[in-house]
Design a protein around this ligand. Structure first.
Ligand code: CMP
Length: 143
């Protein structure tokens, strides 16, 4: 099924000039960029985005990190885009991520793990709507 998912290239990756490389990995694996913005998140924006993690011990560190440098936020579209993106990213902890995945190649720690991707269809809908106004997401192939 053709799906859309939300991707964030995190501050550790933008700071190391990895935007182009990471976007190439998505495209090589059959994912198309259908919306994109680069910005520095405010604290309230990052807190709202990660609100499901607000009770977790790492929450404050995570939102501070996400606001520490610019991020690239995109909507990726393709066949099974949500699972496909998670495969391309690799496990949350770069130490556990499979060879050739973005997190294995570039992640520095479980927090500075270079990319975020939606983990379900419901999350993808929330996350896309959080950053992109309706009508600002293109679609190559949604029928
Ligand atoms: P992400 O896919 O952006 O979703 C939530 C983020 O929390 C996750 O990637 C990690 O970067 C971050 N995080 C920090 N510490 C932990 C932890 N102990 N377990 C899971 N996620 C963590």
């Amino acid at each position: 099924m053709i799906e859309q998912t939300l991707s964030i290239i995190k501050p550790d990756a933008t700071a190391r000039n990895l935007i182009g490389h990471i976007l190439s990995r998505f495209e090589e694996q059959g994912l198309s960029v259908v919306a994109m913005q680069m910005c520095t998140l405010s604290l309230p924006e990052a807190e709202g985005f990660y609100h499901v993690h607000r009770e977790r011990p790492f929450f404050q560190d995570l939102v501070a990190f996400m606001c520490s440098a610019p991020v690239v936020i995109s909507v990726l579209e393709g066949e099974d885009a949500i699972a496909r993106n998670r495969t391309v990213m690799g496990a949350t902890d770069p130490a556990q991520a499979g060879e050739g995945t973005i997190r294995a190649m570039h992640g520095r720690s479980i927090e500075e793990n270079s990319v975020h991707g939606s983990d379900s269809a419901e999350t993808a809908r929330f996350e896309i709507d959080y950053f992109f106004a309706r009508g600002k997401v293109y679609s190559y192939d949604l029928s």
